[in-house]
Design a protein around this ligand. Sequence first.
Ligand code: 5GP
Ligand code: MN
Length: 335
Amino acid sequence: MFTASEISQIENLLTADKKIVIISHYNPDGDAVGSSLGLKHFLKNKGLDATVIVPNDFPKFLKWMPGAKKIIIADYKRKAAGEAIYHADVIFILDFNAAHRSGNMVGPWLEKSRAVKILIDHHQQPEDFDFVYSDVTVPATCQMIYHFIQALGQENLVDQDIAECLYTGIMTDTGGFRFRSTSATTHRIVANLIEKGADPAMITSNTWDTNTVSRLHLLALILGRIEVVKDGKVAILFLKRDELKQYGFQKGDTEGFVNYGLSIMGTQVSAFFMEDLYEDFIKISFRSKDDVDVNQFSRQYFNGGGHINAAGGKYFMPIAETIEDFKEFIEVEQF
Ligand code: 5GP
Ligand code: MN
């Protein structure tokens, strides 16, 4: 958490005459959108207006969230996003740890901005900003926003909109309250959010019971050829661009696919390779169990990063070579 002195400095910064912008990461997920909107609603309840900007579009299954329609998607509204960042006095950086993670348009804007920058994030190895609240043991940035509200002594301002947004991010980033960093504190906060009006059944159904037939067909395709290597310890899944096109792929359709690899008994690592729809690179998602560190692995070999048990990266080779290289890299690893 921020120190008491930082909290009072931040309180002094947050006044109605300031232009406040909230930015989250490229390919925004439930925690990115939830923490950004949760903070925006909280600031609104403090009498402050904040603009939420994300670099690119986010999946349809997150658009039900209160305030989602007001988010500026920089890919579509370049001018509005650029101007808001340029004129910002205070920028909150949520759910990412380094400017480049907000993409090659927003990232440089963020770097150039002279606003006071406040980072709240749970990824490994954050860059330095004016105020940094980084904690890799917390499962979701949404939980950190709640802790931030507590540190300001303003839990009384948490209303149903905030509760729904923060609940969503905690639910998605913990894989439904299952992943390792899910703690008693997480559950206590979630209990508070439910008391404030978050409805678990509604949120689950809006966020997760949203399969399309094309998504299920894609899932069937990749599960049908899942490969397990290294004595059953590593699962490999992949999708090609042609297949994405054939099944009418839409953003978010492959969300969570990588987790199926980890559900196999005995696996330590799951890797999901997907050809980008437009550009010539492979997007990779890694998941791992226990102490197997895919953040480190992805940093070392795949230009990526993330968390110990959930990371992503990119590789600039055809998909077959990428998977061959991956198989070589894992030979020298401990898992
Ligand atoms: P996902 O596999 O869901 O795309 O990402 C898992 C985690 O790794 C997320 O927390 C995400 O922020 C991080 N991540 C995904 N892709 C990249 C990447 O290319 N670079 C870095 N540094 N982190 C990534
Ligand atoms: Mn997160």
